[in-house]
Ligand binder design. Structure first.
Ligand code: GLN
Length: 472
């Protein structure tokens, strides 16, 4: 059977009539079946995907197919898709079914993409290793003793192991970029507000961003340009026009690139990752780009700022799961209060409960100013500095993660150690700027390195074009 690793390959086969959409779907279903043990999928919509493929094949014949005909997409388990289950990999949403479809998913469907299933993730997208899922961890296809990263671990592995063409993820503090780095695939977190969040289960609303995993920049750019843009259902989404990213992938000229001195000095930065990054800086210089080390003393505040604000926002967002309106309700309760308490204690996993408690603490009357207000102020400072930096320098580069994919179980006992996996990804989330992770070689154990590249607000076009030249 033909192997498909990109949408360009699929389109070529469809055009040359070497394959039909049904063949493509059957290829992915066979792959999914063969690699079930990776635990990437929570549910596969097999019959439905086949039926849809047949319909799209007919549309192709009639010359009426959309731009994504033949693209097979996996959804992280945080996107509403009408008539389909949705759980955020949590017990608390047991048997919940979406009443409507997320805007980003609908736009892909409107262009004839085929949705193949729901992908595993950390519960409510909280985590950095996919080990917080109520359905067990996902395994990294490069080495099955290693984590795939999180929270969108299933999405990263689905693309890494060729279980779909592209996968959707959500990135609040690194959940697309970090697993993309750990799995050796491409993952973008666009500018905050570039893609409508309508139909995305909320985690921390002022950070939540929808993005794409893929094996090629072109696929990534195409999927994003179709999902992005104005939406009447999300008043926070930007109405700026969306460029045709995938048609503008040639980067001309030399770039002015910054890296932060503080990244290289970070405690916890693995030696091989540091060396890989130094080699990358040398390579960029050899290619004629101007690369400059800059000071960013605020870097060390990005992680605490992030964890104060996201716990606050998530404690509020997750209050809606109360045993009454959605999903799980504890069977052994005596009165209303115990129903709320038991449903939430039994329905939510440990990490989610920890964050809700931290969040209510930082929002409590006596600590609000000391934590929440202060963190908001620091967020503004970081945002301004990042924006200034990206006005003088076209790009900011850094390793996506301080280490490559770690062993399963190695960080589960120590939440702080786990939070450190987000050391380099939270900065772009706190600021809101777009950021991409691209594969950048492998360490001595064969595990992928990721290179993170940031650009200023709404400069996805430039980010894609530059990343494309880096991968050549
Ligand atoms: N690992 C980070 C966290 O647990 C990021 C998660 C995300 O981006 N959804 O918050």
């Amino acid at each position: 059977m033909k192997r498909f690793r990109s949408f360009a390959q699929i389109q070529k086969s469809l055009n040359e009539k070497n394959a039909s959409c049904l063949d493509v779907v059957n290829y992915y279903l066979a792959q999914i079946n063969q690699r079930k043990h990776l635990n990437a999928f929570l549910e596969v919509f097999d019959q439905e995907a086949k039926d849809r493929a047949v319909q799209i094949d007919q549309k192709i014949q009639a010359g009426k197919a959309g731009r994504l005909a033949g693209m097979v997409v996996g959804l992280k388990d945080v996107f509403c898709y009408q008539g389909h289950k949705l759980q955020a990999a949590s017990k608390i949403l047991e048997d919940f079914e979406s009443q409507f479809t997320a805007t980003c998913v609908q736009r892909l469907l409107d262009e004839d993409a085929i949705i193949i299933g729901r992908l595993n993730c950390d519960e409510f997208a909280m985590g950095s290793s996919n080990e917080n899922s109520a359905f067990g961890p996902v395994l990294n296809a490069e080495n099955e003793n290693r984590v795939p990263g999180g929270s969108s671990g299933g999405s990263a592995v689905a693309v890494q192991a060729n279980l779909c063409t592209v996968a959707l993820g959500s990135d609040t503090g690194g959940s697309i970029r970090q697993p993309a780095a750990f799995c050796g695939v491409i993952g973008i977190k666009p500018t905050y507000s570039r893609v409508s969040r309508y139909g995305l289960l909320a985690y921390a609303s002022s950070f939540d961003t929808i993005g794409v995993f893929s094996n090629t920049i072109e696929d990534n750019a195409l999927a994003l340009e179709i999902m992005a843009g104005k939406d009447d259902f999300d008043s926070t989404v930007s109405s700026r026009p969306v460029p045709e990213y995938h048609k503008k992938l040639g980067f001309e000229g030399k770039a002015k690139i910054a890296y932060l001195k503080e990244t290289l000095e970070s405690e916890g930065l693995n030696d091989e990752v540091r060396q890989n990054f130094i080699d990358t800086i040398d390579r960029l210089k050899e290619e004629g780009h101007e690369v400059e080390a800059v000071d960013f003393p605020l870097l060390k505040y990005a992680l605490p700022t992030y964890y104060i604000l996201i716990t606050a926002e998530s404690s509020s967002n997750l209050s809606r799961y109360d045993g009454v309106r959605y999903g799980y309700r504890s069977p052994n309760t005596l009165n209303m209060e115990s129903m709320y308490k038991k449903s939430r204690s039994e329905g939510f996993g440990e990490e989610v409960q920890r964050r809700i408690m931290l969040g209510t603490f930082v929002l409590s009357a006596s600590y609000y100013d000391a934590f929440y207000t202060k963190a908001q102020k620091v967020r503004r400072l970081i945002k301004n500095k990042v924006q200034d930096l990206l006005e003088t320098h076209g790009f900011l580069v850094m390793p996506t993660t301080p280490t490559t994919a770690f062993e399963l179980g190695s960080h589960t006992q120590n939440p702080l150690e786990m939070y450190l996996a987000d050391l380099f990804t939270v900065q772009a989330s706190v600021a809101g700027v777009p950021s991409i992770s691209i594969p950048n070689g492998k360490d001595s154990d064969g595990m992928p390195f990721g290179l993170q590249i940031m650009a200023n607000f709404f400069e996805e076009e430039k980010l894609y074009a530059f990343s494309n030249t880096m991968l050549k």
